[in-house]
Design a protein around this ligand. Structure first.
Ligand SMILES: NC(=O)C1=CN([C@@H]2O[C@H](COP(=O)(O)OP(=O)(O)OC[C@H]3O[C@@H](n4cnc5c(N)ncnc54)[C@H](O)[C@@H]3O)[C@@H](O)[C@H]2O)C=CC1
Ligand SMILES: CC(=O)C(=O)O
Ligand SMILES: [Mg+2]
Length: 439
């Protein structure tokens, strides 16, 4: 049964007969050729995208080896799949919102007309929010040190994640997310850089910045900038996790404030989840981490520690894991009736189906309990409220809005429901307005 479809991007000298050599090489290896698309036809070389169906990865390797064996300038540029194909050319672009079709348009949009708008903003800086896109733009800042659970792979390798966040901000709440790829992780340099560029943005979303330096960076930026700053891996994740915990407790008839929660991994996501649960009123929050400094931070925030993973798994009703370590939780560690949220991406600490089979009452992974359920609405609400900061009351309002929008039987709503982000945004805006009034 043939089922692995790949697109092989082949460059060959622009000479009649070369395509025949390539297709013969694929055919000789029993690859099944589908579409052939001409990508570039130059005087020297020609590039084609050839869709080939293979039996499996080993068969694909044979097809590739046969093409490579042709030599004479025939080269494979890339072998892509659906996911890679969706990323060709990137996922975002800066586009204009206004058409330029006449000289009048040109003079309004650009010079000389634009000068009067510049002078208006110079005289009244607050007008920038009406006459520019600044108030709808969010800088998505990463240093590439904790890209998903892939580790320190660098900012450029993390760009597809940042572009992904930008797509979600645009499509879910109409904000423009602009990736900013830093080549430093030094807190002084990160803070300095973000401070120098912040004027062009309404808010700053810190993404996939590893711990512990993420804590200092976020705290300093929050204190020093007049616009909302939020590290999504910390607080976006904590909001959505709190919502999932509240929903699971509601479904199982457990009082969340009386439940015993165990957090595995106390990095950016884990420590923020602990802080959020404590702020909500959960009394017994335990944690473990392989780094003593992370345990110390847990204690400083009022969390308690356990000696081992086994002890934590044995003693807690609700387990949350954000370690980035696939398969860390073994089925034999799962206690009957437990709620298990194994949130690491791209692969969880235990697959939900495996946890349920081992006796868990509820189980989910980072695909469903994901900060995408929260961050678009949180940023939209904060910007709509013209809030200077994203505070705990705003975050808890976001979590409660997610809970209110969850249908019976769901652990967390789907992020594909546009009404969800609207509900979160309104709750955050209202919480921000209440805070302003009480100041
Ligand atoms: N579902 C979601 O929305 C989100 C999921 N995540 C996932 O959580 C994971 C961690 O992300 P961050 O917190 O940003 O990274 P991080 O690097 O800040 O934290 C990871 C923590 O786990 C600890 N750890 C690693 N292996 C461990 C082990 N065997 N036992 C105990 N502790 C261990 C590390 O010492 C570190 O403190 C990633 O896989 C990421 O994809 C992060 C943010 C959002
Ligand atoms: C979802 C996300 O932000 C992460 O896994 O890092
Ligand atoms: Mg992240």
């Amino acid at each position: 049964m043939q089922h692995l479809i790949r697109n092989i991007i082949v460059e060959s000298p622009s000479k009649v007969g070369n395509l025949g050599l390539v297709t013969s090489a694929i055919g000789a290896a029993e690859g099944d050729i589908g579409d052939i698309k001409l990508i570039k036809s130059g005087p020297l070389t020609t590039v084609r995208d050839i869709s080939v169906t293979c039996r499996d990865e080993v068969h694909l390797e044979t097809v590739i080896a046969n093409i490579e064996a042709i030599g004479n300038g025939v080269e494979i540029h890339a072998v892509t799949d659906d996911v890679l194909k969706a990323h060709e050319g990137g996922k975002i672009a800066m586009k204009s919102t206004i058409d330029v079709r006449s000289l009048g348009d040109l003079q309004r949009v650009y010079t000389p007309g634009v000068a009067s708008v510049c002078l208006e903003i110079e005289k009244h800086p607050e007008q920038a929010k009406y006459f520019t896109s600044i108030g709808k733009s969010v800088a998505i800042v990463t240093d590439g040190t904790a890209i998903l659970g892939l580790g320190n792979i660098g900012s450029v390798a993390g760009m597809p994640v940042m572009e992904g966040k930008s797509v979600l901000l645009d499509q879910f709440v109409g904000l423009s997310g602009v990736p900013i790829l830093l080549d430093t992780s030094d807190p002084d340099q990160v803070v300095e850089t973000v401070k120098h560029i912040h004027q062009g943005f309404g808010a700053i979303l810190l993404e996939d910045i590893g711990s512990p330096h993420c804590f200092e960076i976020e705290e300093r930026l929050k204190a020093e900038l007049p616009i909302p700053v939020m590290h999504d891996d910390q607080h976006g994740t904590a909001v959505v996790t709190l919502a999932a915990v509240l929903n699971a407790c509601r479904a199982t008839g457990v009082d969340p404030t009386k439940a015993t929660v165990g957090q595995i991994g106390l990095g950016a996501a884990g420590l923020a989840i602990v802080r959020m649960l404590l702020a909500y009123g959960v009394k017994d929050v335990y944690g473990i981490d392989r780094q003593p400094a992370a345990i110390e931070r847990l204690h400083n925030y009022g969390g308690k520690s356990k000696e081992s993973l086994e002890e934590l798994m044995n003693d807690c009703d609700i387990i949350i894991a954000t370690t980035g370590v696939e398969g860390l939780i073994k089925p034999e560690m799962v206690r009957k009736g437990q709620i298990i949220l194994a949130l690491s991406n791209p692969n969880p600490e235990i697959q939900p189906a495996e946890a349920i089979k081992a006796g868990a009452a509820f189980a989910a992974d980072g695909r469903s309990v994901n900060n995408v359920v929260g961050f678009p609405g949180i940023f939209r609400g904060a910007l709509d409220a013209e809030a200077k900061q994203i505070t705990y009351p705003m975050l808890i309002a976001a979590a409660e809005a997610i809970v209110s929008h969850t249908r019976r039987g769901e652990l967390i709503p789907t992020p594909l429901d546009p009404a969800l982000h609207l509900v979160v945004a309104r709750a955050v805006e209202e919480a921000a307005a209440k805070e302003k009034q009480s100041q």
